[in-house]
Design a protein around this ligand. Structure first.
Ligand SMILES: [Zn+2]
Length: 562
């Protein structure tokens, strides 16, 4: 260790980590590094943003702002004056990242694998982009020449695991788990390499995506309460998630040993929590039943007849495999699949509102705003009230409890320049439900249930069994952190950026929405604010058609497409 005495901040992200999984492992001393870390430091829940999805959540962390300012509401967004959806990347983010702000203040940053960092930003230091990077063929490093240097140094690199491989059976599940581990190993080594190369670094951040990927895919094997749980599969794959956390604990042990000296503050956090996914909610089907949405055909079925016939023939108990089979039979299905399957058969002239994405975002179809809008502007509030009432009324027939924990008007939770792009109504799910925009279940629309258990004809989501939750994790230790201070108010992801600036004794841009987490700091002081610099995202980040497809497949594998 060189004799550098300046303050440093090291952030280690565990995407999707939740205390409900970590606490039992801590009790069994299976995460010795995290255990020791918490003992001398502090731990807390960390509230995610709305919606608690990785691309938005890491943006909330990176900008210290809520969605109305950073301008992202999902993995895809509506194209201007159109119902078509386009995949987002860092070029769509409308607010400066922490590493951009720190770079402008002369701090050296090393940032590896944070979701939504492609196209790469020019920073003072080095950056390797994460989730939503098209692939190894793209420019995924800053500076650009770093890409070949890294590949030379490591022999290979994995940005993200192609999950589709894991869908077809046992061998592929093992392969998936092994590949995720290899990815974590390579990314940890890349991070170490870059911290060594930039020995005078100030801010270092690495995000491990492994927990998010594995919790989506393997939750059912380790949770005896999950409807798809069985002992045979549990014996084979029930340990995958726990083994992953133990492995990441070893990776973090190495990083702390090498890079966290007495001047370093270390923050371990997740972007959201995780829990079981047990039911799909066909929200657009529900809207159709409520007279809020209308299909062109009387059947209420968005599938084309050819596709319906094809899907019907696939009498395969392995639903994910059946889906892949359907893609073989209908090769064009995957391209633009989501839009055409979800909305291709909507009668816009009679559709007042419709759901986009897998979490509960609802747009009204307003005349003058949407291309075929039918809600008159003066009927906007009444229509919105009706949608809100419908969402609040929607209950799980088994538990008789509401599907949505909260339902908001957009201006109740968001503010800023990007408010106008926000969904008009936001239903927040903090339970085991997944909104399915695409209905794969065939004919007889009227009789179909809106809430359906996983494994029951859910061609699209049956291969994911875990879902995000609002409560992630936060643990802090080291320089400037007061140990064992409980937090009166649960910290939020947007609080980290201002807190990190405070740890550097740097002024906080006054348009950040988060607060300094003074309750965790050993030298709490009044924060200093500075007017925000004008930020314009001028990055060119258009995906090619082939890249769109790659991105789509990867998101579908995680269950992020209806
Ligand atoms: Zn995530």
């Amino acid at each position: 260790m060189t004799a550098i005495t300046k303050p440093r901040v090291l952030v280690l992200g565990l995407d999707g980590a939740t205390w409900t999984l970590l606490d039992p492992l801590l009790a069994q001393n299976k995460l010795p590094t995290l255990g020791k870390f918490i003992q001398n430091g502090t731990r807390s829940l960390l509230r995610s943003c709305i919606q608690p999805s990785s691309e938005q959540a890491w943006s909330a962390f990176a900008t210290g702002k809520q969605n109305g300012k950073f301008g992202l509401y999902g993995f895809y967004q509506r194209s201007k004056n159109s119902y078509a959806l386009e995949y987002i990347n860092a070029s769509h983010r409308r607010a400066a990242t922490l590493w951009r702000i720190l770079s402008a203040r002369g701090k050296k940053c090393v940032v590896v694998n944070v979701p939504l960092t492609w196209p790469v930003e020019k920073i003072n230091g080095a950056l390797v982009s994460g989730l939503m990077t098209p692939g190894l063929h793209s420019e995924f490093t800053y500076p650009p020449e770093l890409k070949n240097e890294l590949l030379r140094e490591l022999g290979e690199y994995i940005i993200d695991v192609d999950i589709e491989r894991g869908e077809t059976g046992g061998e592929s599940l093992d392969e998936l788990a092994a590949r995720v581990k290899r990815m974590s190993e390579l990314q940890t080594r890349a991070f170490e390499y870059l911290l060594d190369q930039n020995a005078d670094w100030d801010f270092g951040m690495l995000v491990h995506r492994a927990p998010d990927i594995l919790c989506h895919k393997f939750w059912r094997y380790q949770d005896p309460t999950h409807p798809l749980y069985n002992e045979r599969d549990a014996a084979q794959w029930g340990g995958v998630i726990n083994d992953c956390f133990a492995y990441l604990d070893q990776c973090n042990a190495r990083l702390l040993e090498k890079y966290a000296d007495e001047n370093t503050t270390v923050i371990i956090l997740s972007d959201h929590g995780f829990g079981p996914l047990t039911h799909a909610v066909y929200l657009n089907q529900y809207f159709a039943q409520k007279g809020i949405l209308a299909y062109k055909e009387q059947t209420g079925n968005p599938l084309s007849s050819a596709l319906r016939a094809g899907v019907k023939r696939l009498n395969n108990p392995l639903l994910a495999a059946a889906k892949n089979k359907a893609f073989e039979i209908f090769p064009r299905l995957k391209s633009n699949l989501h839009y055409s399957m979800a909305y291709g058969n909507l009668d816009w002239t009679r559709t007042k509102a419709y759901a986009v994405g897998t979490m509960g975002n609802v747009y009204l179809n307003v005349r003058g705003r949407e291309p075929e809008g039918c809600v008159e502007p003066d009927a906007y509030e009444a229509t919105r009230d009706a949608v809100i009432a419908a969402l609040r009324e929607l209950i799980d027939p088994e538990t008789q409890k509401p599907i949505f924990d909260f339902v908001y008007r957009r201006e109740e939770i968001y503010n800023g320049d990007a408010l106008e792009d926000a969904p008009d109504v936001i239903g927040l799910i903090d339970g085991p439900y997944h909104v399915a925009a695409v209905d794969w279940r065939g004919a007889n629309g009227a009789q179909k249930s809106v809430v359906e258990k996983v494994g029951n004809q859910l061609l699209f989501v049956s291969d994911t069994s875990g879902q995000h939750r609002m409560d992630g994790i936060l643990a802090m230790n080291g320089n400037g952190i007061a140990p064992n201070h409980p937090s009166a108010q649960a910290p939020n992801l947007i609080d980290l950026a201002p807190t990190i600036l405070q740890l550097f004794d740097e002024a906080i841009p006054d348009d950040m929405d988060g607060r300094v987490l003074n309750e965790f700091l050993s030298r709490p002081q009044l924060a200093e604010y500075t007017p925000a610099l004008h930020f314009e995202n001028k990055m060119d980040g258009e995906y090619s058609d082939a890249e769109q497809k790659e991105i789509e497949e990867r998101l579908a594998g995680l269950g992020y497409l209806g």
